[in-house]
Design a binder for this molecule. Structure first.
Ligand SMILES: Nc1ncnc2c1ncn2[C@@H]1O[C@H](COP(=O)(O)OP(=O)(O)OP(=O)(O)O)[C@@H](O)[C@H]1O
Ligand SMILES: Cc1cn([C@H]2C[C@H](O)[C@@H](COP(=O)(O)O)O2)c(=O)[nH]c1=O
Length: 212
């Protein structure tokens, strides 16, 4: 049986990550792997309900952070851990780096509290003494102005998408700080390039880790 692989995709809203998750899923399927495509917040019926609240209902930063982690716990227990135990490839559109980037750097919420919540939520039976983290995080790094241009008029903005560019600059700085702190886990993609070039970078990053 193959070993489970856990990949996450991160970046500010409009960075272009979702456009590439399906293409990567197909590349894994072509290589004979079973793939679970999922997202956060979301990925289970309960977590999708929490997503709708988090993206649309007014709330304070602690409530927002708790909802993200509550959704994550259900998602881990019900979808991610069983898939990894089966040996599947899990492709997750956002994971905990988003909480640090958006709630921590974007909203200014206490990073130490987020770390404590992360320890509670990402402690799983399969990894005694360690936390569940992605094996590889594909980070779509895009200037805030380009991401805003891509999103303009695309859909009715939610609570996050309607934030000012200064918020997204802080979120982008948060991703950069996370990537600098854990360079072995992060692959930085220059998301400002055209779709084909971005797709090639994503495939190269995954291949360079021997996952494809
Ligand atoms: N490399 C690219 N060049 C130009 N436009 C792009 C590129 N990649 C994606 N787009 C367009 O930008 C918009 C946002 O893309 P996408 O939904 O994939 O981003 P995202 O990072 O998943 O955003 P969100 O997190 O807000 O859902 C879409 O209209 C998409 O077609
Ligand atoms: C996981 C997670 C997500 N968010 C924010 C980031 C986005 O604005 C939305 C998710 O929608 P998308 O389709 O991925 O753009 O939620 C967050 O603030 N904190 C999190 O932990």
């Amino acid at each position: 049986m193959s070993q489970g692989v856990f990949l996450s995709f991160e970046g500010i809203d409009g960075a272009g990550k979702s456009s590439h998750v399906e293409a990567l899923a197909q590349a894994f399927r072509d290589a004979g792997r079973a793939v679970v495509l999922t997202r956060e917040p979301g990925g289970t019926p309960l977590a999708e309900q929490l997503r709708a609240l988090a993206l649309n209902a007014p709330m304070d930063p602690l409530t927002e952070a708790l909802l993200m982690f509550a959704a994550r716990r259900d998602h881990l227990q019900s979808v991610i851990e069983p898939a990894l135990a089966r040996g599947d490839v899990v492709l997750c559109d956002r994971f905990t780096d988003a909480t640090f980037a958006y709630q921590g750097y974007g909203r200014g919420f206490d990073l130490a509290v987020l770390e404590a919540l992360e320890r509670w939520v990402q402690t799983v039976d399969a990894l005694p003494g360690a936390l569940r983290q992605p094996d590889l995080t594909i980070w779509f790094d895009v200037p805030v102005a380009i991401a805003a241009q891509r999103l303009a008029g695309a859909r009715v903005p939610d609570r996050f998408e309607s934030q000012p560019q200064a918020f997204f600059q802080r979120v982008a700085d948060g991703y950069a700080a996370r990537a600098a702190a854990q360079p072995q886990r992060f692959a930085r993609i220059d998301g400002a390039q055209d779709r084909d070039a971005v797709r090639a970078q994503v495939l190269a990053a995954v291949r360079s880790k021997g996952m494809l």
